[in-house]
Structure formats: structure tokens, C-alpha cells
Write a protein that binds this ligand. Structure first.
Ligand code: HPA
Ligand code: MG
Length: 180
């Protein structure tokens, strides 16, 4: 098999480009059907979601807007623990249909902190789309309205996902070879 090496680790092909694109087309079709006439605002969470967001957005057949944000996590006061701050979110969400685009939801921690901040702005709807999720890793349950693939709790690479900065450009998803 076509094993690749990134930094010190080896990875094998896990979800090929055709399968990814086919699934993303299905998600885009479902969203286009469900949100017809709502002019949804997609909020893509960088860095990981950039490739998924670009493909998803191309497959949509409805009018829609997209905005790209980064989430910065910093230590809050002792009582509040970590706090997530959105960088680059300029849109007013009041009364809007909002669709979050994530590459992967694993523990759910970041979204569990971020979604309430968005709800605070009183969007009409707040939906979550994620290409991937790892149910075994989920500690803060997040309702994913549109999900690409449910995967085991193993490290993945490619199609936006990185290993220490590298591998995001791979057009398919690879899985870590353990004990290699
Ligand atoms: N790979 C890369 N980045 C990630 C992963 C993963 O499996 N899970 C959460 N961030
Ligand atoms: Mg990363």
C-alpha cells in the first residue's frame, strides 16, 4: 500500500478523494434542500476546515454567504477555565440561519464553548456540519446536524488535517500507522 511519511510518522490511505467528494456532495445536496430560501451564513473554522469548506461551498445550489474564522483558546480566570475567542467574526447573527463548518469534532470541547457564544446573538437556527467525528473521543457531546464520516479514535491526516503543520494539502485522508 502507498504508505506516506510525514515528520517521524507513517500514514496509510483511509478515505480516498472520490469517496470524500461523493459524501460532501450528498451533504451539500441535503443542506441545499433543507435551507432553501434561508440565505444561510456558513462559518468555517480555520485552519482545518478550509478544504472541506471550499468543496462544500462549491456544491451548494442555494444562495449562501461564507465567513472564515479562527478560534483562539486562552486561559481564563480559575473559575472559568479555558475561554474560546472567535477571531474574524464580523457578521451579525441575529435572526440568521447559521451553519458551522468543521473538519473534525473529536472531544467537542471547543464547540461546547463556542456554540453558546453564537446562540447569545440569537440566530434563527444554528446548525453544525462536520466532515468527521470520533465518537469514542467525545467528552462534550455536540449535536452534529450534517456529518460526513464517523471514524475510530485514531489520528488522521490530510484534506485540511495536519500533523504538526504538515499534510493539509493531501487530497485524501490518511490514518496513522501505529507502532510503525
Ligand atoms: N488529525 C489532525 N488534527 C486533528 C485530529 C486528527 O485526527 N483530531 C483533531 N484534530
Ligand atoms: Mg492540527
Amino acid at each position: 500500500m502507498s504508505v506516506i511519511q510525514v515528520h517521524d510518522k507513517q500514514f496509510t490511505p483511509y478515505i480516498n478523494a472520490d469517496k470524500l467528494q461523493a459524501r460532501i456532495q450528498e451533504l451539500a445536496a441535503a443542506i441545499s434542500n433543507d435551507l432553501k430560501g434561508e440565505k444561510p451564513l456558513f462559518i468555517a473554522i480555520l485552519n482545518g476546515s478550509f478544504m472541506f469548506a471550499a468543496d462544500m461551498f462549491k456544491y451548494l445550489t442555494i444562495e449562501a454567504e461564507i465567513s472564515f474564522i479562527k478560534l483562539a483558546s486562552y486561559k481564563g480566570m480559575k473559575s472559568t477555565g479555558n475561554v474560546v475567542q472567535a477571531i474574524g467574526l464580523d457578521e451579525d447573527l441575529f435572526g440568521r440561519t447559521v451553519v458551522i463548518l468543521e473538519d473534525i469534532v473529536d472531544t467537542g470541547k471547543t464547540l461546547s464553548q463556542f456554540l453558546p457564544q453564537l446562540e447569545h446573538q440569537q440566530p434563527k437556527k444554528l446548525l453544525v456540519t462536520s466532515l468527521l467525528t470520533k465518537p469514542e473521543a467525545m467528552k462534550f457531546p455536540i449535536k452534529i446536524d450534517y456529518l460526513g464520516f464517523s471514524v475510530p479514535n485514531k489520528f488522521l491526516l490530510g484534506y485540511g488535517l495536519d500533523y504538526d503543520g504538515l499534510g493539509r494539502n493531501l487530497p485524501e485522508i490518511y490514518q496513522l500507522v501505529e507502532n510503525a
